[in-house]
Design a protein around this ligand. Sequence first.
Ligand SMILES: [Zn+2]
Length: 500
Amino acid sequence: MNASTYFLYARKSTDVEDKQVLSIDAQLFELRDFAKSQGLNIVAEYVEKQSAKTPGRPIFNKMLARVEAGEAAGILAWHPDRLARNSVDGGKIIYLLDTGTLRSLKFPRTWFENTPQGKLMLHNEFGFSKYYVDSLAENTKRGLREKVRRGEYPGAAPFGYLNDYRTKRIIIDRERAPLVREVYETYATGTVTLDFVRQFLGKRGVRTRNGKLMTRAFVSWLVSNPFYYGHFRYAGEMYAGIHEPIISKALFDRVKEVLHIRRRRVGPVLPQSDSKPLLGLLHCAECGGAITAEIQKGHTYYRCTKKIGGRKCSQPYVREEVLAADLSDMLRPYALRADWAEAMLKRVKEEETSAAQSAASLATQKRGEIDQISGKLQRLLDGFLDGAIDRDAYLTAKASLMGQKKTLEEQRVALARGQPTWLEPFKNWILAAKNAGQIAMTGTLQEKKVLARKVFGSNLVLDRKKARGSALNPWSFLLENHACSEVVGDTGLEPVTSCM
Ligand SMILES: [Zn+2]
């Protein structure tokens, strides 16, 4: 074998440890030039695009097999780290040099001689290349963990947010964040389906790359992602993020409740449709089946799907106009008399003032509860680190404690603003009840449906062409106390003694 026969080996992977390395073309150019100037006879060129941090590169192994078969006396490469970044491949090269199978290595920028000193130097080079990979992996992991602990989400910003590449922070996407909020608010009413959300997003220009509606999986991810109220999951663990939340934890919880009800519900979730606005509001009184709708000769008819367990159901069709009139009749008693509404709003205002005074002490109390949870979280982490608690139990308990903490923090912030958390929903209820009469009379079907869902929850049934259901609190209070009103002419709401 001619001592000047060489294999040329060039390698560059897309992995992070090869980021600073010359491109394969540049390596080839430099190596061919070097071979020419040194009078080396290149028998074959090998190009590999794989990382050398673990053994098992096919092209490298093929080349070594040919070296062992005596087809070349040496190997030419740009740097020792091109040949090996792991102890197995590095050891193999040195062993081939020890046994004389491999007579020489050449590197354009590094001196190497097949002597004990030369091999010691090579050994160090391989060792350093391995150390470089090891520390890089450790630094990357450590860097990510640090980032996560600081509350910075280490990935691409989810829908509704943007990555600010200048500050390396995740910031609100002013265009899409309002859509996220609207989706949550609408879905929390319990009157729309995930398909409705897909169509809603589609109408607002949120579509897949080829113009189709977003998948149902995307929507269900969207309405159950804790990122939107400020937390995020990383490697299975929940962290408090420093990004600005789009929604409150309270709203997230309401959506979670709707999702929970939907999952429990028997039968198919029917698609939302503009021409069948009352879908999803009622169940069959007889068999518990879902109510479906059909359009015939310009009229929409609602009926039981009769799909539960093949049971026989005798419920008839009902025309939309009939059902809508029935709903109006049902809703009217739940209109709050205008004078009552005014009196109650006045009372709420007084309550707000006095509440502001006691809010400070309540806020302090919440602060204490939050501190307690922080203590529990710390003890939980200690237990996990001591090995007393297994990982699954730790992750579950941590996520739950963090959720409780977030809820308390929101309450504390509300208190700091001087407003008890029940006042806002109560005020909203008064306003909704005040408008109920108007909606019952002149509202759209969608408005009636939203109101009916507020008043009756998900207990509304269709029985012999009539809707039936009992009101939830505090709506039921209006019937018990005859506080309802009736609409008289065009003058608006007029209080009456009783509208029963
Ligand atoms: Zn039925």
